[in-house]
Design a protein around this ligand. Structure first.
Ligand SMILES: Cc1cc2nc3c(=O)[nH]c(=O)nc-3n(C[C@H](O)[C@H](O)[C@H](O)COP(=O)(O)OP(=O)(O)OC[C@H]3O[C@@H](n4cnc5c(N)ncnc54)[C@H](O)[C@@H]3O)c2cc1C
Length: 581
């Protein structure tokens, strides 16, 4: 039977633990699993430590130091996450982030790489962006990821690069491997394992904002097809960006004195967040920007004229890609305000994804998830910058530890019995290549973006706008199913489109279900946060061939409960809020 399997694919590799995705979460998971003695394969659609967004992260990494009061961090995170956080996960991140981060720092020092910014005495510097009583440290992401790749290889993690995981192989409810497509040659890979960790990042719908266009929700969609449960898909992610240039660095810009002004020159963010103003959460920013524009006070600008010269130098050091672009374009960002706008990301950093417990287990046996592939359980809605990297590192290490524990023992990967399943999945994979005539994946992706990304769907939602988008998405399905892939590159794009559309449907259905406003989910028709009826998580499930099922469950609040029944959601002018009758 094994020979039969081999005849279907170009490469058949068996391991103890298989990790999908080589960002901070995936490399952390692979290293941890390898340290237990497991044979570990790390497969990436691009290049490990170079693709995905970890390598672009803009310098902010939140760490609770041992001397910090955990209760203060917990309270700040739960309030910022608007109580949708998984409180057990918040505790797990706060307990583990210091040792996990110090290990990354030691690896850097051992290889003479400065990962975290330090003072002249060698102590890690602490700063505060969007934080009230908590802090972040400053990370150099490129050397961090270089170091993670080097450590993974030194420890014996086997890298399989430029292979897109397209299908999860499951036997009797247990994950046993993946089918993968070499993105340049079209060769087929069958990777079997005793435990599988999905860490392939988020899904940005290929929208504006650097670093994420290879992140298309592949793991979430392939797991969903096999019965995995996703959660919080209405809690989309977002950032803001220069209108003219696809750059990053907001955390540092506003953390160092940059401020947002509207066309009237007003520093309007104080209306929306009286404590943090322009340093408000991204959910405050994008909803507020949309409102300023929809009410005729746009466009919005970032004004960095007041930033001190030492901070200007630090920004140049931490954000080399951003400044290289501005330098080439002859723009001095500190000389005049720059037009700024929301940058929608369906899911990245914050936002929904695979539902995981604090052992990183999904509802499928031996299937784990880490980093942006998960439903951001620590964030709830969105806590503050730097918690994405913290969660990626911590969840990666936990997933690696628990998956290798699960993979322990003599049980062999069970791929041999699954020849028929593998053959069926290979046939499904190549359907877009065999369609004689059809639209290109790029054409249909653009249509998907036009349905989802306009601000009445992403930021100022109503039942009407969401239903309209759902109907448009349903009308687009025949086109999604009929895209033609003329080569392996387009075959990858065809599957990326299918995967994005699965998450897009989950987003629209979940957003329609949540009849309140919280986090990035702003409903014009329900413009308050309703802790009485909506302290709930929204779940989604859609095994292959079945309608998507949406349901809710109460959020457990073992540590802290909301003080008010109703509250002001992000992006709502504080002075206009009226409690519902
Ligand atoms: C520009 C930018 C700046 C940011 N700045 C910050 C910051 O300052 N602080 C902070 O905390 N967070 C920041 N974030 C968010 C943070 O970077 C992410 O939350 C975090 O890095 C996610 O890590 P990850 O390992 O889960 O995913 P990623 O780093 O995205 O890694 C995912 C990997 O999976 C691979 N992959 C994808 N699909 C497949 C597939 N089908 N098969 C195989 N492999 C696949 C990708 O190629 C990639 O290597 C920023 C994000 C962006 C985009």
């Amino acid at each position: 039977m094994a020979r039969r399997l081999k005849s279907y694919v170009d490469h058949l590799i068996m391991a103890d633990v298989l990790v999908v995705g080589g960002g901070l979460a995936g490399t952390s998971a692979a290293i941890k699993a390898r340290e237990t003695g497991a044979r570990v394969i790390l497969v990436d659609k691009g290049v490990v430590a170079r693709s995905g967004v970890s390598v672009f992260a803009a310098g902010v990494y939140s760490v609770r130091f041992p001397e910090d009061d955990k209760a203060i961090w917990m309270e700040e995170m739960l309030k910022a996450g608007e109580y949708l956080n998984d409180q057990y996960w918040v505790e797990a991140v706060l307990d583990n982030v210091y040792p996990v981060t110090m290990q990354i720092d030691r690896w850097g020092e051992e290889h003479r790489v400065r990962i975290f910014e330090k003072d002249e005495n060698g102590f890690i510097k602490r700063k505060s962006r969007g934080h009230i009583k908590t802090h972040h440290i400053v990370v150099n992401s490129l050397p961090m990821m270089d170091s993670m790749r080097k450590i993974a290889q030194l420890k014996g993690v086997e890298l399989v690069e430029r292979v897109m995981a397209t299908h999860l192989i499951v036997r009797d409810g247990r994950a046993i491997g993946i089918l993968g497509l070499q993105t340049m040659t079209g060769e087929l890979y069958l990777l079997g394992a005793k435990a599988v960790i999905l860490a392939s990042g988020g899904c940005g719908l290929k929208s504006v904002y650097i670093g994420h266009r290879n992140l298309t929700g592949d793991s979430q969609a392939m797991a969903m097809r096999e019965g995995a449960i996703l959660r919080s898909l209405e809690q989309t992610g977002s950032n803001t960006v220069s209108r003219e240039h696809d750059i990053h660095g907001l955390n540092l810009f506003v953390g160092s004195g940059g401020k947002f002004v509207n066309a009237l020159g007003e520093e309007f963010m104080w209306r929306y967040h009286p404590v943090l103003g322009s340093r408000g959460r991204q959910s405050d920013l994008v909803v507020a920007f949309s409102r300023e524009v929809s009410e005729g006070r746009g466009p919005v600008y970032l004004d960095m004229r007041g930033v001190f010269s030492t901070d200007r130098q630090l920004m140049r050091k931490i954000l080399p890609e951003t400044f290289m672009l501005w330098d080439k374009a002859g723009i001095d960002p500190f000389a005049a305000p720059i037009e700024w706008m929301p940058a929608f990301r369906l899911k990245m950093g914050g936002g929904g994804g695979l539902d995981v417990n604090t052992r990183c287990e999904t509802n499928l046996e031996a299937l784990y998830a880490a980093g942006d592939t998960c439903c951001a359980p620590h964030h709830g809605t969105y806590t503050f910058g730097g918690m994405n990297l913290a969660f990626a590192a911590v969840s990666g290490v936990l997933a690696g530890a628990f998956a290798s524990e699960n993979a322990g023992g003599s049980r062999k990967p069970a791929m041999e019995t699954e020849a028929e399943q593998v053959a069926a999945k290979i046939a499904a994979l190549f359907v877009p290549a065999e369609i004689p005539k059809g639209p290109t994946p790029d054409e249909v992706t653009a249509k998907l973006q036009r349905i989802i990304i306009p601000y009445p769907v992403t930021y100022l939602r109503t039942a009407q706008s969401l239903k309209k988008a759902l109907s448009e998405l349903s009308n687009l399905k025949p086109e999604i199913d009929s895209v033609k892939a003329k080569d392996s590159h387009e075959l990858v794009k065809a599957w990326e489109l299918k995967n994005m559309s699965v998450l897009a449907e989950g987003f629209l259905r979940s957003a329609l279900a949540r009849e309140e406003s919280r986090g990035y989910h702003y409903r014009e028709d329900f413009p308050w946060t309703d802790n009485r009826d909506w302290l709930k998580w929204i779940y989604a499930k859609a095994p292959s061939g079945q309608e998507m099922k949406i349901w809710t469950e109460e959020v457990p609040t073992p540590f802290l409960k909301p003080e008010k029944d109703y509250d002001v959601p992000p992006g709502r002018p504080q002075d206009e809020f009226r409690r519902p009758a």
